[in-house]
Design a protein around this ligand. Structure first.
Ligand code: GCB
Length: 610
């Protein structure tokens, strides 16, 4: 029943969508009876009228919705349920139920029948429910969600049972996270039903592009699905349409092939001089039957661009690209990691206001809406998998990791904004098992998508001890000189960073992106002279890094810079976190700290010249 999916639902001449977002019934299983929902078969009857059932918004994390600390810190099962009706016009259709993301493990029943399960947040899963629907309705949809993290989940965590009965009651346990952000949980992105023809429909589309030496754009495409038979009664026609609506190429009766676009408008990153950024074409797929019957129409956006890595860094359309970017999180007050369009657009506006051109989806794949926005605006994305906290490398985790890479790449491969895959953040890459593990993950990723560079993000390692860095196309390194080491001593930063990066560079002969550097800063705390946690310290700290960056850039060592973090975000309760991680240059509410104005000076300047 393990479900996955790839094609993003859309409306078209042949497709409809019904959103199931809204208020769902919601119940928690307490620590004293964690499997209550299964024992009492909550999927067979409605939980709606049971004592203690509350209403929960979807999409949203459930953690911060109520005043209940137990719910905020819950580890284990919660249950969601809602009812819906389906229009009878859909009776003749194929109807698919899709979850865009549920954190972490989900089991789904429709009208009491188990229809699918999925492990891992941040990625969509779906199932054909045409035969499970009750057309006279209502249909009852039940979802059990478990947020428990173990060494075999991505991200990694562990459940700890202290056996010290003097200090902990019997049965006491605690979830320990091996990463630095709150384990928000629940139905995090939209839930939808969509319809297609049952006879012939598109299931997968792959588009890759190249640019010929004479400048023509080459578009390779492969469409697969049900009922697609080239040259027979169900044929696949392709039109490539530019942004003005003009057909730039047409191919009849073929589900895969290559089309040439003369004088193409390329997809350029934001800030590129004299060209429009974020230009996209549409690959329109039409599945036709006999007598001009149209079974399916699907429109896949794409951009014509190339990505390559040379000894100095990344090249987009054979021009050097320098990252002026951000590490981010999907995080906000109240709804946690739930998808929210206004926050998403505000974030892009702020990134643009600063003069940035890129971000990393630290530390998990972001909502598809985010990538679509980045595509349209020429924002460059390093797409990261949810593999954070990897300190051990068991086979079981590896198998899951390989599957996750398949899901990420299948979902995101057609986005022009995605220019590199990051398979993990800060694994223990000095471990003796890291090389074989990352050999498998990185080779698998390259085989799934040979068109993009692959990396993982290095932290807490050094060039001579690292076992896996040589497998990456570009070195992505996080550093916290002047924060976790020598706190308060900004005067050491330039020397330390410059020494360390020269080591990596001479060892591996690969370009380096600094994917994290940052200092926790309480907005409004001012000290003179500067002191850690003050706005002054954050700015002095960044200025010292920037001096090192400028030096490393002139030596061709640095290929980009990304501040940690775009905004303050929630973490677990720890003594070094003041209601979350405060390394944002914006507060969690998205108001600028002095650091944001400071970074704006640098990024605007560099974006203009790069
Ligand atoms: C890191 C991690 C990031 C943390 C950050 C910090 O190296 O990659 O997830 O939030 O440090 O602020 O400690």
């Amino acid at each position: 029943l393990h479900a996955t999916c790839s094609l993003r639902p859309q409306t078209s001449e042949t497709r409809e969508i019904a959103l199931l977002d809204g208020l769902w019934s919601f119940r928690v299983c307490g620590r004293d009876n964690p499997d209550e929902g299964f024992f009492n078969e909550w999927y067979l009857k409605s939980i709606k009228w049971m004592d203690g059932t509350i209403l929960m918004p979807v999409p949203s994390s459930y953690n911060d919705i109520t005043q209940d600390k137990k719910l905020r810190d819950h580890v284990g099962w919660v249950w969601y349920e809602r009812e819906f009706f389906v229009a009878s016009s859909w009776k003749v259709k194929r109807v698919v139920l899709r979850f865009d993301s549920v954190q972490y493990y989900a089991k789904v029943w429709l009208n009491g029948k188990e229809i699918m399960d999925h492990e891992g947040g941040h990625l969509p899963f779906e199932s054909n429910v045409s035969n499970a629907l009750d057309w006279s309705g209502p249909n009852r949809l039940t979802v059990a969600v478990n947020n428990t993290l173990t060494p075999f989940t991505l991200p990694c965590g562990k459940v700890v049972y202290p056996n010290d009965s003097n200090n902990y009651p019997p049965g006491y346990f605690r979830q320990e996270l091996i990463f630095d952000f709150f384990n928000y949980a629940g139905i995090h992105r939209s839930v939808s039903l969509y319809s297609t023809s049952p006879t012939a429909y598109v299931e997968r589309v792959r588009v890759t592009t190249d640019i010929e030496p004479q400048g023509q754009g080459m578009v390779s495409f492969a469409v697969s699905g049900v009922g697609i038979q080239d040259g027979t009664s169900t044929s696949c026609d392709i039109d490539i349409i530019d942004a003005t609506g003009t057909v730039a190429a047409s191919l009849k009766n073929t589900s895969s092939g290559r089309a040439e676009i003369k004088e193409p408008q390329l997809w350029w990153p934001i800030g590129s001089q004299g060209v429009k950024s974020g230009y996209q074409y549409v690959l329109k797929i039409t599945l036709r039957g006999s007598e001009a019957r149209v079974y399916d129409v699907y429109r896949q956006y794409f951009g014509i661009r190339t990505v390559a890595v040379d000894s100095r860094g990344l090249q987009i359309n054979r021009k050097p690209f320098y990252f002026l970017g951000f590490g981010k999180h999907e995080d906000f007050h109240i709804f946690g990691r739930g998808f929210n369009l206004p926050v998403m657009v505000k974030d892009f506006n702020l990134m643009n206001w600063i003069g940035g051109n890129s971000f990393r989806t630290s530390h998990y794949p972001y909502a598809e809406e985010v990538l679509e926005y980045a595509d349209q605006h020429g924002i460059v994305v390093i797409d990261e998998s949810p593999a954070v906290g990897l300190h051990e490398f068991p086979k079981k985790t590896l198998e899951h990791h390989l599957r996750v890479m398949e899901e990420v790449i299948e979902r995101d491969r057609n986005h022009p904004s995605v220019i590199m895959w990051s398979v993990a953040n800060e694994p223990k890459s000095t471990d003796k098992d890291a090389r074989e593990y990352f050999g498998r993950v990185i080779n698998h990723t390259r085989a799934l998508d040979p068109t993009r560079p692959v990396t993982f993000v290095i932290g807490g390692s050094n060039a001579s001890l690292d076992k896996a860095a040589s497998l990456a196309d570009i070195l992505c390194i996080n550093h916290y000189f002047g924060w976790y080491s020598d706190p308060g001593h900004v005067e050491l930063i330039q020397r330390q960073l410059s020494y360390d990066f020269r080591q990596w560079s001479s060892h591996f002969r690969k370009p380096i992106i600094i994917t994290e550097y940052g200092a926790d800063t309480i907005a409004g705390l001012h000290t003179s002279p500067s002191f850690i946690f003050s706005e002054e310290y954050q700015v002095e700290f960044m200025a010292a890094y920037h001096r090192a960056f400028d030096e490393l850039r002139t030596h061709g060592i640095l290929a980009g810079e990304m501040i940690w973090n775009f905004a303050d975000f929630m973490t677990d309760q720890q003594i070094n976190r003041v209601w979350g991680n405060r390394k944002g240059i914006f507060t969690r509410e998205r108001q600028p700290k002095v650091a944001a104005h400071f970074l704006r000076g640098r990024y605007q300047n560099l974006r203009r010249v790069s």
